[in-house]
Design a protein around this ligand. Structure first.
Ligand SMILES: NC(=O)c1ccc[n+]([C@@H]2O[C@H](COP(=O)([O-])OP(=O)(O)OC[C@H]3O[C@@H](n4cnc5c(N)ncnc54)[C@H](O)[C@@H]3O)[C@@H](O)[C@H]2O)c1
Ligand SMILES: O=C(O)[C@H](O)COP(=O)(O)O
Length: 579
């Protein structure tokens, strides 16, 4: 089926993969048929079940403890890379892969060790495994909080050193205390449930969390200031981002209750560690329990790690047998799916569009790309493409149409015919921006059938000259429009002319004086040269005036054939366009 060819472009096949047609449109996939196995580089230890899944589909190269240089050398030979938090996947990794790396799989949640901007610029999909270690992290947070409150680690070390110090290690109780959870996502919510079970009063701060979800767990959402000033315990569960970087610092410690206790199983960087040492020394913070550090592993002489009121673990939040099995399976499935060309449900740097939406849009995805390919080939005169307007006309409410995939395909169609850049769903918006192409979209509601999501798509390139001036509409833009008929994309409009030609093979557009014999004249030139005509359609302004003829051809005509067409007396202009 035709749609598959186009969709499979969205993720570039690895050298060992070749595009194949989709078996069924019901499941959108950017199907790739493996003719030789892709290679997956696993840079950190992964659970056995995940490795087995990977091996069914790919060559698996497990190379642990690589130096950055070794990693850069290996990615040049790899189609996918799987890491945990211990590997920095920075820009040089993507540059070293020289375009071969198609997928980075993060076997866990936090993607702060992956340079997402660089991945996107290189058209590399990043997927993570966001759910399988949630409970493990939450349990570790609770374990650290309880251990800290009862001095378990310190008392254990003392006893093993021969000291029986029952008076020194009197702890504090959890019951009745206020716990402030900062970051009320998956882990934060699970910590909240467990803390409530321990009899704590739980409040949370999360600017993006739903109040209804918090209420359902019996947690009050409060401001950051209210959370930190009310808390006896603070537990951190936000990602490390520019806005959470050093969120706990001298200023915020000063606003906390004296004697507050802090647990961090999120990311070390959300705390200013030097400020925490000062807060511990001054007694503002009575104790801290830390699983994560700004630099991992932290320096052996780190004041924070060695502080007597600090309990530490070496980033063990996700390290349970169960969580690691789950994470390994979750990431292996995501990476294999991405290598097969399927859209991932856990893509971090690409739109997540529900499969049923994609399935319905499949023929329109092909139409969008082909219209853009045609439009860009009509541009002439060195100004390039700067401003493109896309109109989607639909019988449904404009809000019902998710155009992200269509926009990506239009970007692909605009850019690929005129450059060596490979455009996919991951890098489409970035590539358009980088090349200074502004794409504006308009959704218009027209009378149409509720069954089809789009009645027609129109692509207009503004401020550009055309090598086929008839393609310029009265409002001055190069204009092509098309619709899907019986599942096949058709070109239905060129400039101000209505045509109807199936978008298969390639197209010759001719403008001629509307007079008898023109179809025969062009047809016989093509026939003489053994070029098969698949469709012909004539759109005219008025009888015996000018007409535009759109001719679909299966083979590419030679230069001589095109010259002969140009020499037919009534032909005023013509252009050959590859789809
Ligand atoms: N120690 C470990 O081994 C371990 C294991 C799992 C997760 N983690 C880390 O725990 C953190 C949470 O993981 P998750 O799976 O719950 O992620 P999540 O995305 O489900 O939740 C994160 C929450 O933080 C919120 N948030 C974002 N910015 C915020 C801000 N400025 N203030 C308050 N909240 C903010 C988000 O809205 C979101 O609800 C991540 O940093 C993750 O890397 C660590
Ligand atoms: O973000 C995560 O998933 C955790 O920090 C776990 O990291 P790890 O996979 O390196 O244990």
């Amino acid at each position: 089926m035709a749609a598959a060819t186009s969709q499979s472009h969205l993720l570039r096949p690895s050298p060992g993969l070749r595009r194949a047609s989709l078996p069924s449109p019901s499941r959108i996939s950017f199907a790739l048929r493996a003719v030789s196995k892709p290679t997956v580089l696993v840079a950190e230890k992964l659970g056995a079940a995940g490795l087995e899944l990977l091996k069914e589909f790919a060559n698996v190269d497990c190379a642990y403890n690589m130096t950055p240089e070794e990693l850069c050398a290996k990615v040049a030979l790899s189609d996918a890379l799987i890491v945990r938090s211990g590997t920095k996947v920075n820009r040089s990794v993507f540059e070293s892969s020289a375009g071969r790396l198609r997928v980075v799989g993060r076997a866990g949640v936090g993607i702060d060790n992956v340079d997402l901007a660089a991945a996107t610029e290189h058209g590399c999909l990043v997927v993570n495994a966001p759910t399988a270690n949630t409970v493990a992290a939450a349990e570790h947070g609770i374990a650290l909080m309880a251990a800290m409150a009862r001095n378990v680690a310190q008392a254990d070390a003392a006893l093993k050193a021969g000291k029986w110090q029952r008076n020194k290690y009197v702890g504090v109780s959890l019951v009745g205390k206020t716990l402030a959870i900062l970051g009320f996502g998956k882990v934060g919510s699970e910590v909240a449930r467990r803390a409530k079970g321990l009899g704590m009063h739980v409040v949370a701060h999360d600017p993006y969390a739903s109040a209804a979800r918090a209420r359902a767990i019996g947690v009050e959402l409060v401001s950051f200031e209210d959370a930190i000033s009310a808390a006896d315990f603070i537990s951190l569960h936000m990602p490390l981002t520019p806005s959470t970087d050093k969120m706990l610092n001298d200023e915020t410690f000063a606003k906390m209750k004296k004697g507050v206790r802090i647990v961090n199983v999120a990311r070390g960087g959300v705390i200013d560690e030097e400020a925490l040492v000062r807060a511990l020394d001054s007694g503002i913070v009575a104790q801290a329990a830390l699983d994560v550090f700004t630099v991992e592993p932290p320096a052996a002489d780190s004041k924070l790690v060695l502080h007597e009121n600090v309990t530490v673990t070496p980033h063990l939040g996700a390290s349970t047998v169960e969580a690691q099995e789950g994470v390994a399976i979750e990431i292996a499935e995501a990476v294999v799916g991405a290598l097969k060309g399927e859209l991932s449900a856990t893509a971090v740097n690409a739109p997540m569009v529900p499969a049923e939406v994609l399935s319905e849009l499949a023929p329109y995805v092909e139409l969008a790309e082909k219209l853009a390919r045609l439009a860009v080939q009509l541009v002439a005169g060195g100004g390039g493409v700067k401003s493109v307007k896309v109109t989607y006309a639909s019988g449904r409410s404009p809000d019902d149409l998710d155009t992200r995939v269509l926009r990506a395909m239009i970007t692909k169609g605009l850019i690929e015919p005129i450059s060596s850049v490979f455009v996919n769903l991951v890098n489409a918006d970035f590539t358009a921006k980088q090349r200074g192409i502004r794409i504006t979209e308009e959704r218009v509601q027209i009378d149409g059938t509720a069954e089809s999501p789009i009645e027609y798509i129109k692509v207009q390139i503004a401020q550009a000259g055309s090598k086929f001036p008839s393609a310029v509409s009265e409002t001055g833009e190069i204009t092509v429009a098309g619709r899907v008929k019986d599942g096949i994309p058709h070109l239905t409009e060129v400039g101000s002319f209505q045509v109807d030609v199936s978008l298969e093979g390639s197209i010759i557009l001719c403008r001629q004086v509307d007079q008898p014999g023109m179809i025969g004249a062009v047809g016989s030139v093509l026939g003489e040269q053994n070029v098969n005509v698949s469709f012909m359609s004539v759109g005219r302004i008025a009888p015996r005036k000018h007409a535009v003829m759109a001719i679909g051809v299966d083979e590419e005509p030679t230069k001589e054939t095109l010259t002969k067409i140009g020499e037919i007396p009534a032909i005023e202009e013509f252009v050959f366009l590859k789809l």
